[in-house]
Each structure stands twice: as structure tokens, then as C-alpha cells.
Ligand binder design. Structure first.
Ligand code: GDP
Ligand code: MG
Length: 177
């Protein structure tokens, strides 16, 4: 049962991964609380946040896990990935390096997570279009080759954040039903 006493039909664990400062914590803040902060502190303490939503008349509790500054390569432990049925793999469209690191994150994800995990590649910070360093087409092509969903978001302007989570959660829902 949820916080408001409502019946919960499903709990889906989704993990956020990607380099430091790409906006993972702000994407989560936007989705879970509809908040955004420009001087977001490195996440400490809180391991996950939840939001309950309705998908095809069932109530689904999304339990979204956020890394607490463990973004160094291989510092994210297998406990983080355990039981995850979805993953948002985030890079910053203004920082080419964060996109170049995506294959590493994918490799780590595939090594630790369930093989049927639903993965969405996310290019964040589209509000900074004038500083774009990663063409949309490059990411789209990469995602297509690897069978990932793909969206560009702005946690700041709340663009596509809801869509990204809903796509992943609905896909998971369809797999278990
Ligand atoms: P994390 O290390 O991946 O969790 O990144 P944070 O969520 O802490 O964000 C890092 C910095 O980028 C913070 O200063 C955020 O305010 C900023 N940021 C996050 N999302 C966006 C966005 O969509 N647009 C812009 N302009 N800045 C963002
Ligand atoms: Mg963070």
C-alpha cells in the first residue's frame, strides 16, 4: 500500500546512471517532486525517491534510484543495480565526453543488471541548445543500434522528463503483463 493508503499493484525499480553533473538528480527531482535547482548539491544520503502513477488502470510505484556521487567508473556497486527493471542512461548534450562514456555505462549495466532491463538513453540540458556538442542524430543512431529508447530532455524546463519515465515504466508494465 502507498503513502495515501491506496493499493499498489506494482513496484518498479529504475536506476539513473551516467557521468557526474549530467543532471541525473535534477531529472529525478523534476519527476518525483516537480522541482529543479541550479545549485544542486552532490546527492548525499537519499538512495531513491518514489512516485506512484496509474498505467492501464493499475497503480505503479516507481522507485527511482540515484547515485550518491559514485559516478567514477566501476564505483557503482552491484547492489545499486540489483532488482532494477529499468534504467535511464544520461549524458549532457553540451559535454561530448559524457556521451563518449555511454558505452562504458552500458557495459557496466549489462554486467550487473537483469538482461531484460528496459533502457532509455537521455540527452539532458536541451535548454542549452547554443552549447550543444552532441548532435541528436549521433545519439539516435547509437540508441537504435543498441536497441535503446532515446529522448532529449531538459530537467530545467521540464521538457520530456515525464515522457522519459512514462515510456520506460509503460514498457516494463507491458513486459510483466
Ligand atoms: P548529477 O551529478 O548527474 O546528479 O547532476 P545534477 O542533477 O546535480 O546537475 C548538475 C548541474 O547541472 C546542476 O547545476 C544542475 O542545476 C544542472 N542541470 C541539471 N539539469 C539541467 C538542465 O536540464 N538544464 C540546465 N541548464 N542545467 C541543468
Ligand atoms: Mg546527483
Amino acid at each position: 500500500y502507498g503513502d495515501a493508503g491506496q493499493k499498489i499493484d506494482y513496484v518498479f525499480k529504475v536506476v539513473l546512471i551516467g557521468d557526474s553533473a549530467v543532471g541525473k538528480s535534477q531529472i529525478l527531482a523534476r519527476f518525483a517532486r516537480n522541482e529543479f535547482s541550479l545549485d544542486s548539491k552532490a546527492t548525499i544520503g537519499v538512495e531513491f525517491q518514489t512516485r506512484t502513477l496509474v498505467i492501464q488502470r493499475k497503480s505503479v510505484k516507481a522507485q527511482i534510484w540515484d547515485t550518491a556521487g559514485q559516478e567514477r567508473y566501476r564505483a557503482v556497486t552491484s547492489a545499486y543495480y540489483r532488482g532494477a527493471v529499468g534504467a535511464l542512461l544520461v549524458y549532457d548534450i553540451t559535454k561530448r565526453q559524457t556521451f563518449d562514456h555511454i558505452p562504458r555505462w552500458l557495459e557496466e549495466l549489462r554486467a550487473h543488471a537483469d538482461k531484460n532491463i528496459v533502457i532509455m538513453l537521455i540527452g539532458n540540458k536541451t535548454d542549452l541548445e547554443d552549447q550543444r556538442a552532441v548532435p541528436t542524430e549521433d545519439a539516435k543512431e547509437f540508441a537504435q543500434k543498441d536497441g535503446l529508447f532515446f529522448l532529449e530532455t531538459s530537467a530545467m524546463e521540464a521538457t520530456n522528463v515525464e515522457d522519459a519515465f512514462l515510456t520506460v515504466l509503460t514498457e516494463i508494465f507491458n513486459i510483466v503483463n
